[in-house]
Design a binder for this molecule. Sequence first.
Ligand code: ADE
Length: 338
Amino acid sequence: MSVKSFSPQLNPDEEVIENTLRPKKWADYIGQERIKKNVKVMIDAAKKRNESPDHILFYGPAGLGKTTLAHLVAKESNANIRVTSGPVIEKAGDLIALLTSLSDGDFLFIDEIHRLNHFVEEYLYSAMEDFKLNLILGKGPMAKNIDIDLPRFTLIGATTRLDLISSPLRSRFGAILQLNFYELNEIEEIIKRSSDILSVEIEVDAIKEISKRSRCTPRIANKFLKRVRDFAEIEGQGKITRDIADKALDFLEIDEMGLEPGDRKILEAIIKKFNGGPAGLQALSAATSEEKNSILDIYEPYLIQSGLIKRTSQGRLATRLAYEHLNLPIPKAQEKLL
Ligand code: ADE
């Protein structure tokens, strides 16, 4: 199987951890039951018909396992997978080279597919629909249209931003599946599994504590586990106790709800600089020096999920829970909005 690993939001260290801990078998993938069931039916039905499964789009916040699922879908279909990402495919020629190098039954995974250049994206339409590339050679009256047949491949796209996927592209996916934040007990199970792989001893209460602060996200849970393990080796005897987990996470400035300093900066800005909001995206970005896309992709999904902010048509509003969490008084004028 040819696999080029690519995960743009991660630094090389994080990528190594992800690859070690990433489930390699369908049965080892914890959570996202609805998606697993959905995808399994697609795979089994395609196998029965001796066809490739339909193109699939996974969307949802970062770190929930879109890339892992893509690999597992290919593996479950006994197929090769090629891995790339939207921003890496700069020119139409890059995509054409990639598509023409595939074989029948191969999977192509395009991470961050919303960042595909629009000109390049147009070549995907006929490739996905008819397994053909429509090329125009030359210019003006001498220009010639030629169709190139492509192998029957399955495209798996992943995105954190379904809203940025154009409707012609969206309509060419046979299944569009949303990954949701994990349940606490699923994150606990993932931490237990990861501790076993890393051969680190961990108390049940420590698992619960790390899980509680992991923002319902496996990537964060695994990152914290690794940091807490370092702490246990240096400050303790190597075993992760509840006390060590608490101390390490406090030291890392991860609070009770799993918020990191960056998350709190956003919340505090809405409350202190915008009187609780609503704050527009542009203004919030200027006030926090965070890029608009980071606010949308990284910070906001969990702040909304955990009920700390609300998105209204006028902008982001800090909720009652946000004031309580930061221990700040709710201004009288804001009460009526909450
Ligand atoms: N590691 C990261 N995500 C996982 C998942 N969903 N199941 C098991 N281990 C994981």
